[in-house]
Design a protein around this ligand. Structure first.
Ligand code: FES
Ligand SMILES: [Fe+2]
Length: 407
């Protein structure tokens, strides 16, 4: 990300904090609750945005070295993602070419070969069918034509993308559009995968996403957690086609005021998220990142699954493992305890996930209940919530629904 842009963003956040004003989209919208409850909209989304749309499934660190793999079952097509013996990222339908049984049955690991549990047909990490027991009994079989069904897959700027349809079109440059250079600048490829958590909740996948769409709630809902480290009611927001960048103020921004501008650290003064259409919130870059992927759960529009993948730089992992003072999950949000101490990686991951689940998604679950009651017909998005305007209008446009109605 360009240094000049970072400085501008920090200055704009300082201005908003000084003047006690938030970002102003100049418009308010109504969002009909059907967006969260309608089975037909949910079905359309599943087809258009998941089963037939490119999916960002992780960062390069998920596949650390040749012959590593992970499986994904979140968007209707079972996927086996591998890094083959030559280090190339590949993706396959996780189904045996004999009678369709699931070939890779672990979430992730290291394997040069995948043996189907049913009759033990065996595939290499590049999908080739390399073993058929008692082939003479089975009868003629052209092995070259019976490798795992390959899916379009592309690794770019440390991001792993798959198209769930074998003949689908996948072009990461066009998906990232004008955000591509900025994403490339963060070196996501250098980060080490540290773990994933799964949050299954009773709220629509877009309602889950909405909790990442404004800073208005930071000092209120999160007053005892995130609100201790970050300022709310201030936001620098920019759209890039269907994607966006969302930047808020870290309380560390106060200390920057005493420093010359060319020493300002963006990381110290800001926190940021990139929304990647249709369902990913990517936070961080540099020394750590969290990839938050949000999916519908089955065909009930009132349920969703969120997977949060955590990645850290090797330097940060080493620093946390050798730090003399480590702080517990309870202390992660305590600015006093953090002074001169490093939280363990585990503590940071745990607190990040539990804040989403215990605070944000709790709110969303009650909204879901209200929406399903049938007695309220819309939610309101304020002038200080532009990310919600853009997100919902983008999804609606992809589904060929009319844009949100202005208040
Ligand atoms: S179904 Fe896989 S070997 Fe038969
Ligand atoms: Fe939140």
């Amino acid at each position: 990300m360009q240094r000049a842009r970072q400085i501008d963003i920090l200055k704009e956040l300082m201005r908003q904090l000084d003047e006690q004003v938030n970002i102003d989209a100049g418009v308010q919208y109504r969002n009909p609750v059907e967006a969260y409850t309608s089975p037909s909209i949910a079905q359309q989304e599943w087809q258009t945005l998941f089963k037939a749309h490119p999916q960002m499934i992780g960062l390069s660190g998920q596949l650390a070295g040749a012959n590593t793999f992970f499986t994904v079952d979140d968007f209707g097509v079972p996927v086996l993602a591998t890094r083959d013996a030559h280090g190339r990222f590949r993706a396959f339908v996780n189904a045996c070419r004999h009678r369709g049984v699931r070939v890779a049955n672990e979430n992730r690991g290291q394997a040069a070969r995948f043996t189907c549990p049913f009759h033990n047909w065996t595939y290499a990490s590049d999908g080739e069918l390399v073993g058929v027991p008692r082939a003479q009994d089975f009868g003629p079989l052209n092995r070259a034509e019976h490798g795992l069904v390959e899916l379009p897959a592309q690794e770019a700027h440390g991001l792993l993308w798959v198209h769930p349809q074998p003949n689908g079109h996948l072009d990461v440059s066009s998906l990232l559009g004008s955000l591509e250079d900025e994403i490339a600048g963060w070196n996501f490829a250098n980060l080490v995968y540290m773990g994933q958590s799964e949050l299954r909740n009773r709220l629509n996948w877009k309602l889950a996403n909405d909790t990442f769409g404004e800073t208005y709630h930071f000092p209120r809902l999160h007053r005892n957690t995130l609100g201790k480290l970050f300022y709310g009611d201030a936001l620098v927001y920019e759209t890039f086609g269907r994607n966006h960048r969302f930047v808020w103020a870290n309380k560390g921004i106060d200390a920057l005021r005493e420093q010359p501008e060319d020493e300002w650290s963006y990381e110290a003064g800001a926190g940021w998220l990139y929304y990647l259409f249709p369902n990913v919130q990517l936070s961080g870059g540099g020394h750590s990142a969290s990839v938050i992927k949000i999916y519908p759960d089955g065909d009930n529009p009132g349920r969703s699954v969120t997977r949060v993948d955590h990645y850290y730089s090797q330097e940060m992992i080493d620093a946390a493992s050798t730090a003399s003072t480590l702080i517990s999950p309870q202390e992660v949000y305590d600015p006093q305890a953090r002074r001169g101490a490093a939280p363990t990686i585990e503590a940071t991951m745990e607190i990040f996930d539990s804040t989403i689940e215990q605070e944000d998604y709790r709110m969303g679950e009650t909204t879901q209940q209200a929406a399903e009651s049938g007695v309220i017909d819309h939610l309101l998005f304020g002038r200080n919530e532009p990310a919600l305007h853009h997100y919902h209008n983008t999804i609606r446009s992809a589904l060929k629904l009319p844009p949100l109605e202005m208040v």
